[in-house]
Write a protein of this length. Structure first.
Length: 347
């Protein structure tokens, strides 16, 4: 039976069972909504956003993120040829770490390898695949916490992470992440929702993208940063003006300025503009969502390689191995603070 704490008792109609994990743990879906009908659904498995409903001008609504209807599907998705991480929090380290190792305080830290010879998105049992504790919940906000044990996936230190999702009356989804470690460590978190402003069951090719960036990270054939930067002007990655999406983007865009606009996605079909803001140095943009005709999405949707677009606000991939990249090291007892906003407006 679901237990309701005092802090949750006023919201008893705002959550529902989402099924059970193989170990018997019940997963709960929490429903946030503002007075405009803007609604977000979050489960405490992976601190995952399963649905984001945006009201349109014609009294209709559209679900703009990819997701599944059953916890078994989320669990099974991590066994696909390429896990999509639909809507989840990624950690301890978003993106790739070369050869799954880095040096910390003169010691070589060897992480678990889960992507060929490399570490990807926190390893084989990262933050996207664990049960999060609910710290507080209201009509418009929820805070979830996960305590990652010292040496989990071989990362040093016990890391306590809290994620807060908040809906504003301006139809913003605010994502606040804080973390603190008992030892010096590395941290790079991100929110991994796949957006589609035409609706989650469509493709994204008719939508337009603007990115506030003039450089992308140069990478190897295995998508590992070389340490160099590529200018985007007059290249296929030049989104300094809104243009239609390409069939493939999987690149880290270096933002021109922190605490500012990172990107904008436009839908002419639904007349929606989504603006992304962050205090992070980059946004990794990824077009995908492929479920390989194996797992159906919500409403029996068939997610494929052009189903959605991620705006992974974060530090640079492999930053612990590049002295010229923004530091991803977190000192013992200090706070990691990550803020992002997704603002939805009708055109």
């Amino acid at each position: 039976m679901l237990k309701v704490s005092n802090s949750q008792s006023n919201n008893i109609n705002k959550f529902k069972s989402f099924g059970f994990l193989p170990n018997g743990t019940e997963v709960i879906c929490y429903i946030l909504s503002n007075e405009n009908g803007f609604q977000c659904e979050v489960i405490n498995f992976g601190a995952t956003i399963t649905s984001l409903i945006v009201p349109l001008s014609n009294n209709e609504k559209v679900d703009v993120v990819l997701g599944f209807e059953k916890i078994q599907d989320y669990n099974d998705s991590f066994h696909l040829p390429s896990a999509p991480y639909l809507g989840a929090i990624v950690g301890r380290y978003a993106g790739r770490i070369n050869n799954a190792k880095f040096e910390l305080n003169t010691e070589i830290i060897q992480l678990n390898k889960n992507h060929g010879e490399h570490s990807l998105h926190g390893g084989s049992s990262g933050f996207s695949m664990v049960f999060w504790e609910i710290i507080s919940v209201s009509d418009i906000s929820i805070t979830l916490q996960y305590i990652s044990n010292d040496n989990e996936e071989n990362f040093p230190g016990q890391l306590t992470t809290q994620i807060t999702y908040t809906l504003t009356e301006e139809n913003e989804l605010k994502v606040d992440m804080i973390a603190k470690s008992t030892e010096d460590t590395v941290v790079n978190l991100t929110q991994h929702s796949y957006f589609n402003l035409d609706g989650h069951s469509n493709d994204i090719l008719n939508q337009k993208l603007f990115v506030n960036s003039s450089k992308v990270l140069e990478t190897t054939t295995e998508d590992i940063p070389t340490g160099n930067f590529c200018e985007t002007i007059e290249s296929k990655f030049d989104f300094s003006f809104p243009k239609e999406l390409q069939t493939k983007i999987d690149n880290t865009f270096v933002l021109n300025k922190r605490d500012d606009l990172a990107a904008i996605l436009f839908s002419t079909k639904n007349k929606i503009k989504m603006s992304v803001y962050t205090n992070q140095p980059s946004v990794h943009i990824y077009i995908g969502g492929n479920c390989f005709n194996t797992i159906k999405g919500k409403e029996n949707a068939n997610y494929h390689s052009l189903s959605g677009i991620c705006f992974e606000t974060q530090n640079f991939p492999d930053a612990p191995n590049h002295i010229d990249f923004p530091s991803a090291f977190l000192k013992k007892g200090e706070n990691y603070i990550h803020k992002s906003i997704y603002h939805f407006q009708l055109l």
